[in-house]
Structures are given as C-alpha cells and as structure tokens.
Design a protein around this ligand. Structure first.
Ligand SMILES: O=P(O)(O)OC[C@H]1O[C@](O)(COP(=O)(O)O)[C@@H](O)[C@@H]1O
Length: 315
C-alpha cells in the first residue's frame, strides 16, 4: 500500500472508543453497539481509500447497523475490517476488556470467513513456532513453557470464561499452569499472549472473523497462530464453501488469513482490558489509549491521546 494507514484507522478506533465510553454501563446492549458501529463507519468513510469491508460478524443482522460493503472517500483499493466494539455486552454492563479494532490490508489479501466458531491457539514471537492445534492443550502449554524457559506453573493461559471451555480449563489446571479467565474480548486476550505482557498463550473457541483480526495483529507483531473452524453440520460447510473454504479440516495460520505483508492494525481501549486501558473522561475531554502497528516494518506505537471536546463538536 502507498500509505501507512495505521494513523488513519486509529482515529476511527479512537472515535469508536469515545462514543462507546460515553454509553458505558448504561445497560443497553444494542444501543451501544449500534451507536459505536455508526461512529466507526463515519470515521472510516473519511479515509482516502476504496475499501472492501470483509468479515463483519454482524453482516445482514436486521437489528444491528450494517457496515457498508465499501468504505472510504475513494482512492487506493484495500480490504478493511472493523470490530467497532469487541465485548459489547461488557461495555453496556460496565465491565472490563472492551476494545475497538480496525485493520486495513492490500486488496484481496484478507481471507473471507464464515460467521462460525473457530478454535484458536495464539502465542507471541518469543514462544515461536512450537504449538500444534492438533495436540492436547497440555502439550501446547508444556511446549510454551519450554520455549519461554519457564516452569509450567509460571505459564499463564488466557481463556474465555464460557461453559464450552470447562473441559479445557480442567486440562490446563491438571498440568498446573496459571489461568487468566476473561468474560469477553478474545482479540484482547490474544494480544495479551502475543505481547507476553499479561499472558503467555491464548486458547479456546470464539468466532472466525475475530481470528482474522488477530491474524492482522500478528502479521504486524510476529507470533504464532493456529485456528480451526468448527462445523456442526453440512449447512456450516456449505456456508464456508461460499467463502472459498474447501478443506474443512484446515488449520489456518496467520498467513492463510492475511495473505500480505501490507497490513495496518489499530486498537483503542474502551474499558480497561488485557491489552489497553479504557477511556478516561476529564473535565474538558477524554484520554484514550491506543495501539497502532504496521506489518511491513513491524513498527508499533502505543498512543495516549488527549481529546478536547470544545474543539471536537461531535462530543
Ligand atoms: O462466547 P460467544 O458468545 O460464543 O462469543 C465469542 C465472542 O464474543 C466475544 O468475546 C465478544 O464479542 P461480541 O462483542 O461481538 O459479543 C468475542 O471476542 C468472541 O469471539
């Protein structure tokens, strides 16, 4: 791509976070999601690109504001992904680990995926290519420990706190590793593992579109990802086939989901999370905490942005 779009898309995630931050804890799940999605659409639409929007998990949902099929003012053709509000139930309830994400990549490079469940294992670059999704969790935890030269008891495994993970949690506990349970927000959980700051490995089921956003982050930061889509029946397989997926046993790696090194990724915290701090409102504005990265150079930036509402009339 001709431009580093990271600084453009982070403005969109910031606006999304500020919008959601205003509605945090008000208890209306659909309202916070829809208002935040409208805000990110408006901001992404200002960028000088001709962007094809891919992997929107809420596509065709009647009750949810749909992202347009194409976004931007016109210009370079790109693929665009936006998860305006990951963890929107948490956001509406006033809980932690809510984040806004966007990514932009070379045209045609983001794998389109169905809205199905995907099992994922994610580790950071220091762990490297030692995990294998076809092995039991215990094996992957021990391999992670060995790669990091840590005792297994000192490895932290991040898992979504869902009933479907109780067996996984039991298995991880059986080898003595530490567990970090999060209620929602698997992308932030994966980022915590990639950066190795608050976790060493992420494991569990979430959605496939979220997997592509994690892959975008990983293209910029390094690390290792394996994901497998879970098919309940032939209808699920037919759905995947519509996205060009023919091998139903495929292990997706980051490079299968993002087939380019021309990628920019941005995230802004809405509420305090595994990866970023949430929005803090001040007497005359707000402070946001964001992350912007670019795959070509692997440069990443952590931004603390001060917003002054007298000069930002939309707030
Ligand atoms: O636990 P569920 O309902 O299967 O949903 C899993 C998904 O929910 C999340 O935790 C939050 O996503 P939403 O905000 O879209 O609900 C995602 O990170 C994850 O992929």
């Amino acid at each position: 791509m001709n431009t580093n779009y990271g600084m453009e898309i982070v403005r969109a995630t910031e606006i999304a976070a500020l919008t959601a931050g205003r509605m945090q804890g008000l208890g209306d799940h659909d309202a916070i999601l829809n208002t935040t999605r409208s805000a990110i659409i408006k901001t992404l639409n200002r960028i000088h690109i001709d962007g094809a929007v891919v992997n929107d998990r809420f596509h065709d949902r009647e009750d949810i504001v749909n992202l347009p099929e194409r976004i931007g003012q016109g210009g370079e053709k790109t693929d665009v992904m936006a998860i305006a509000l990951e963890g929107y139930h948490n956001a509406a309830d006033g809980r932690n680990n809510v984040t806004s994400f966007a990514a932009i990549a070379r045209e045609g490079s983001i794998q389109s995926v169905p809205n199905l469940s995907m099992y994922k294992i994610v580790v950071g670059p220091e762990v490297g290519n030692v995990i294998d999704i076809n092995q039991p969790p215990l094996v992957n935890v021990k391999r992670t420990a060995r790669a990091l030269r840590k005792y297994t008891e000192n490895v932290t495994v991040c898992i979504l706190n869902q009933a479907r993970h109780y067996q996984l949690i039991r298995e991880v506990r059986s080898c003595g590793a530490r567990i970090k349970l999060i209620d929602e927000g698997e992308i932030s959980g994966c980022l915590a593992a990639i950066t190795g700051e608050k976790a060493d490995i992420y494991m569990g089921y979430g959605f496939a579109p979220e997997g592509t956003m994690v892959a975008a982050a990983l293209s910029c930061l390094g690390g290792y990802f394996e994901g497998k889509i879970f098919y309940e029946n032939d209808r699920d397989k037919a759905l995947a086939a519509e996205h060009g997926i023919k091998d139903f046993d495929k292990t997706f790696r980051a490079q299968d989901l993002i087939r380019s090194k021309e990628v920019a990724f941005a995230a802004t915290g809405v509420t305090d999370g595994e990866f970023l701090e949430g929005v803090r409102f001040t007497s005359n504005g707000a402070v946001t905490s964001s992350f912007v990265a670019r795959a070509e150079t692997h440069t990443y930036r952590r931004l603390e942005t001060r917003h002054f509402f007298d000069y930002k009339p939309v707030f």
